[in-house]
Design a protein around this ligand. Structure first.
Ligand SMILES: [Zn+2]
Length: 129
């Protein structure tokens, strides 16, 4: 089976558009400056409804991860699923692109990369920095 792909919604469309442009943006609260991910209508920190899309640096660290030895998705290499803490403070579940998952560790620096998977969707992923 192929990898199931996300379906952009009204709230997440700007995020997927920015990934397609390979210039990922996430929401930042105008009131308190907290970055939020996944896309939200209300700031998780201060409940403000004023959020703006802002580009991220693409730098992050591995908060935790797991390696799927076998994947039912038709993808190459081991599937590394990680919770990545962006430099901006938001957390993202994503994949680490590597052929050497045994060399990955919690706290390792990673950088954003992109994998176009359909006309609509480019997935944000991370690679060792
Ligand atoms: Zn806020």
């Amino acid at each position: 089976m192929s990898r199931p792909l996300p379906t952009p919604s009204k709230i997440s469309q700007p995020f997927w558009d920015s990934c397609k442009a390979q210039h990922m943006e996430i929401q930042c609260c105008d009131a308190c400056g907290v970055y939020a991910f996944y896309p939200v209508y209300i700031c998780p920190e201060c409940a403000s409804r004023k959020l703006s899309w802002k580009p991220v640096s693409g730098k992050g660290t591995i908060h935790t991860f797991t390696v799927a030895a076998k994947s039912s998705f038709a993808i190459e290499g081991p599937l590394v699923v990680a919770l990545v803490e962006l430099e901006e403070g938001a957390m993202m579940v994503s994949n680490i692109v590597t052929n050497a998952p045994e060399r990955i560790g919690i706290g390792d620096p990673v950088r954003l990369c992109y994998e176009p998977v359909s006309e609509e969707i480019t997935l944000p992923m991370f690679e060792p920095a």
